[in-house]
Design a protein around this ligand. Structure first.
Ligand SMILES: [Zn+2]
Length: 352
């Protein structure tokens, strides 16, 4: 794959599945799109009349990545997937256009698109939420690989982080550091004996996502299920689409975990999806402690709040050249339990 050029899908491809939070069945179609379109969702359930003319109008190359296709074209059913269209981060990442049309739970599909190097696609969705599939990105990666990739005559554009950008909220903090590649180190903290591995470092260069991350499923706790249901969340949740930790800290899914550190890996998967909302690959090392969709988006908003923090780059991401596990990441000791102050955890070898 030529990672200097933008890519779209070679063919359109369909799937359908249950939406995790609303519980409804949703049909989805991934369609090829012209260079510089970016990732644009199209709510086909809301206005079936607009399908051809409108989507063609958006993907004909006249709309640049920094523009607002939905607003410019006046099409209320198009929702561009960008960091500044994120409207809700409770349990998942939701985007919303100027007309108030929303698409929820985009992050696992976004992660698959990032991991496969897809720059331009129109995601037709006959409902308010992306289907959850098996709770990971692997079914989306499979779909994308079935559709095939097509190289486009436009250079790929990365977002290079130029200086440290940090949010520090006490026991929750996140930082973007300059790097020639894209790597993630995360520490999670959950009050459960089932979650043994609580930290990890992952270099996502050159197939790292597909190899080490994409099969990690979302997870939840049996003790919280009724609370989520009361909030109208997780209505479509089941052991088919989430790892569920029981009241005695046992893994309730038949077959157990896919990776011994599946929980950390899924949090990394969420980061990959959330950070692809910058419109291309990022050249950065991201480190997080107890982070989630909300802090991921707050960090991106802080990054783009100052032009001195970042620049566009046409350079291809490189593997991490320095052993990140020896880098000083944090200014002050961690408030988390069991974490070595100021250091990020050592690299975890792929066990998949
Ligand atoms: Zn997730």
């Amino acid at each position: 794959m030529n990672t200097k050029q933008q890519h779209t899908l070679k063919n359109a491809i369909n799937c359908s599945g249950v939406a995790l939070h609303s519980g409804v069945k949703v049909a989805m179609c991934l369609r090829p799109a012209a260079a510089d379109t970016g990732i644009v969702f199209h709510r086909t359930d809301l206005d079936p009349i607009v399908v051809d003319g409108v989507v063609d109008g958006v993907v004909d190359g006249t709309v640049d990545r920094g523009g607002l296709p939905a607003a410019r074209s006046g099409i209320a059913t198009l929702v561009p997937a960008r960091w500044d269209t994120v409207s809700d981060t409770v349990m998942s990442t939701t985007i919303c256009n100027d007309a108030g049309v929303k698409v929820a739970t985009i992050e696992h599909l976004m992660a698959a698109l990032a991991g496969c190097g897809i720059d331009n696609v129109v995601v037709e969705l006959a409902g308010p939420e992306v289907p959850i599939m098996d709770g990971s990105s692997a079914p989306f990666v499979f779909l994308i690989e079935c559709a095939g990739l097509e190289m486009q005559q436009a250079p790929r554009r990365s977002v290079r982080v130029l200086r440290r950008v940090e949010i520090d909220e006490g026991d929750r903090r996140a930082v973007l550091l300059p790097s020639d590649g894209f790597s993630v180190s995360l520490e999670i903290e959950f009050d459960s004996a089932a979650i043994v591995e609580k930290s990890g470092f992952f270099d996502l260069h050159n197939g790292g996502f597909k190899r080490d991350i994409c099969r990690a499923r979302t997870f939840g706790f049996e003790r919280e299920v009724s609370r989520l249901m009361d909030l109208g969340l997780a209505q479509g949740g089941s052991l088919d689409n989430a790892v569920v930790v029981g009241r005695d800290d046992e893994i309730m899914n038949e077959g157990g975990l896919r990776y011994c550190d599946e929980f950390v890996r899924h949090k990394v998967l969420d980061c990959v999806g959330d950070f692809y909302l910058v419109g291309g690959p990022m050249l950065t090392h991201f480190a997080g402690q107890r982070t989630g969709h909300a802090s991921n988006n707050r960090l991106l908003r802080k990054l783009f709040s100052d032009p001195a923090n970042w620049e566009y780059s046409h350079e291809v991401p490189q593997p991490s050249t320095e052993p990140m596990e020896h880098m000083e990441i944090w200014d002050r000791p961690s408030k988390m339990s069991g974490v070595i102050a100021g250091k990020i955890p050592g690299k975890i070898a792929a066990t998949a």
